[in-house]
Design a protein around this ligand. Structure first.
Ligand code: FES
Ligand code: FES
Length: 225
């Protein structure tokens, strides 16, 4: 199939890529641009492991054509890292509280949560659960994921109430309002897990998964998002 060059804005950087009309954004990001945090799970828009942000909204890269992303801001987990590849405070919360175990689901979970917090600032636990309905996790039982996100949100609140910074370390999120502007990186909880990745037109949380949480080992704590 004939390929054409398109320019994608990925994590704030313009990238020229050659793609066929049918090439998936997931494959272009993972295989073409080497962004290992964008992973293939189901390839059907169900599991959420391929979640990226398109103009700030979570979408499944396994259901999105690469050409559809031209002219839009594409954000992957790498964009949350600091200049020295330091973890974003939301990643730190996952690391501290066990929100990431094997890490396979973590990039999609964190991007979805990050997008929600940008919109809602202080979402309730139920709002977080609803938002994450399209992000399946086979390890954590979800409780630790929710705890991690809530701890991060609490840290934001403490920082706002205590601008002098006496509320404690590691809570600030100077990058919250600008994901996608930081340079690409690779690490962070869950960025290097097994697998690769693919597309999806439905944003996570719209596909109804979360019901799969009843699968083997999916819900050790009895809590699905
Ligand atoms: S790989 Fe499962 S939703 Fe995209
Ligand atoms: S941490 Fe293993 S699938 Fe979520």
């Amino acid at each position: 199939m004939t390929k054409a060059q398109v320019t994608l804005k990925v994590n704030g950087v313009l990238r020229d890529v050659w793609v066929s009309p049918s090439d998936l954004l997931l494959d272009v990001l993972h295989d073409g641009l080497g962004l290992g945090e964008v992973r293939y799970g189901c390839g059907e828009g169900v599991c959420g492991t391929c979640t990226i942000l398109l103009d700030g909204e979570p979408v499944s890269a396994c259901l999105t054509l690469a050409v559809q992303a031209e002219g839009h801001d594409v954000t992957t987990l790498s964009a949350l890292l600091g200049e020295d590849d330091s973890l974003h405070p939301l990643q730190q919360a996952f690391l501290r509280l066990g929100g990431s175990q094997c890490g396979f689901c973590t990039p999609g979970v964190i991007l979805t949560a990050h997008s929600l917090i940008r919109r809602e600032r202080a979402p309730s636990r139920e709002q977080i659960r609803y938002e994450l309905v399209g992000n399946l996790c086979r390890c954590t039982g979800y409780t630790k994921i929710l705890d991690s996100i809530e701890a991060y949100i609490a840290g934001l609140g403490a920082e706002h109430a205590d601008p002098a910074g006496t509320a404690g370390p590691g809570t600030g999120d100077h990058r919250l309002g600008e994901p996608g502007t930081d340079g690409p990186g690779t690490d962070g909880p869950g960025t290097d897990g097994p697998g690769t990745d693919g597309p999806g037109t439905d944003g996570p949380g719209t596909d109804g998964p979360g019901t799969d949480a009843a699968g083997p080992g999916a819900d050790a704590d009895g809590e699905a998002p």
